[in-house]
Design a protein around this ligand. Structure first.
Ligand code: GLN
Length: 377
């Protein structure tokens, strides 16, 4: 895990931080509860927050935050391309681009936003979302789970740990390989082709343009993914996957090889920031009601076993991929994405974590940073 410099946090963010003791927190919880119980117009405070948030996000403030983060992080040398998938080792490790799309559809970029990488584990978010659309968030939680495993994304021990009968804790989620392969197995369709098309179309709707597969990466991973095949077989053996597990692993491998640039990824994140409505194309891609569950799982497991440290530093639901992409969502405000292939030990892009933390903290993107509602007495 890399360490974050939060010194770029906005002054208003700083002044609200660390003020609330336990009593203060409880008081806020009580007030929120009153709003939930007492109001039929639950949407109005939320809408007010969104409108207010956009007002804070001037074009100049956003572009300055992006430029500063880019300059701060550009020369960072730590990290290394993933190489367990041979094609990923060959990707230009200097690619570095940042894109931010606001919930009201404004687009900002700096650096390389033309180069595409395979989205890898970022795909897990959108396949999980598709299953939630086709079935329900509850179906995903019940079949797969919603708890962080605390282990690496391709841990087989985490599958054993999920078995209560073997003395495990029963924890699993759709953003690590076992849960993600299971989610892929749950996508509706009568043939591989039908399932694949619905996945790719769904991703493309989030990106706002037709995405395609990097065939070299797909083949490279398909030739070397025996570990994921073992995971698929084990998930079938334990009853998580109920159908053709080799097909699920194959489709999962293809979804990981979908190719995207930083702007595509930021638009996908912004669609999640905007209640499932793509703010650039205007298309409602998923039901607003299912977005909170997607974001909750991103918050708990989006950066694997470093998810807690990431949330501590930024408060943002996010998802990384070993291709070097990282997306993050500031609900009601913006989606942001960075591509920079060198990864840390947990498998997360070093530069992307630093850049997104810097931009978001400069823009007050942390959703837990709020202005006090009750007046001081
Ligand atoms: N396709 C990769 C794998 O299954 C995705 C992993 C990742 O991005 N963390 O190993």
């Amino acid at each position: 895990m890399i360490s974050f410099d939060t010194s770029s946090a906005s002054p208003s963010a700083k002044s609200t931080r660390n003020r609330h003791g336990l009593m203060g927190s409880l008081r806020i919880a009580t007030i929120s509860l009153m709003v939930v119980i007492g109001s039929t117009a639950m949407t109005s405070p939320v809408m007010a927050r969104a409108a207010q948030s956009q007002a804070d996000l001037s074009d100049a403030a956003i572009q300055t935050a992006l430029n500063n983060a880019y300059a701060q992080v550009r020369d960072v040398k730590e990290g290394k391309n993933a190489d367990y998938i041979p094609a990923l080792a060959k990707v230009d490790s200097k690619i570095f681009g940042i894109a931010l799309v606001t919930a009201d559809g404004r687009v900002f970029t700096v650096g390389d936003i033309k180069s595409e990488v395979s989205i890898q584990s970022i795909s897990k978010v959108f396949t999980m979302a598709l299953v939630m659309e086709q079935q329900s968030p509850k179906a995903v939680r019940e079949r797969i789970g919603a708890d962080a495993t605390g282990m690496r994304f391709n841990s087989i021990v985490s599958i054993e740990q999920s078995q209560k009968a073997l003395g495990g804790l029963g924890e699993m989620n759709p953003l690590v390989n076992p849960g993600a392969i299971t989610a892929t197995s749950m996508v509706a369709g009568n043939s591989r082709d039908e399932i694949w098309k619905s996945i790719l179309n769904f991703y493309s709707d989030f990106a706002g343009r037709p995405l395609s597969v990097d065939q070299e990466v797909f083949k490279s991973e398909a030739d070397t993914n025996q570990r994921n095949q073992a995971i698929g077989a084990l998930m079938y053996a334990y009853g998580f996957i109920k159908n053709d597990w080799p097909r699920a692993v194959d489709i999962y491998t293809e979804q990981c090889a979908v190719s995207a640039n930083a702007l595509d990824l930021a638009t996908m994140a912004a669609t999640l920031a905007n209640a499932g409505l793509n703010p650039v194309t205007g298309k409602q891609v998923m039901k607003p009601a299912n977005v909170p569950e997607v974001l909750a799982i991103m918050a708990t497991a989006g950066l694997y076993d470093d998810s807690g440290k990431w949330l501590f530093s930024t408060g943002l639901p996010a998802k990384s991929g070993v291709g070097g992409g990282l997306i993050a969502v500031s609900p009601g405000r913006f989606g942001i994405a960075v591509i920079a292939p060198p990864l840390d030990d947990a498998g997360n892009s070093v530069k992307a974590q630093l850049a997104i933390a810097a931009v978001s903290n400069a823009l007050g993107g942390n959703p837990y940073e709020v202005a006090a509602v009750a007046k001081k007495r």
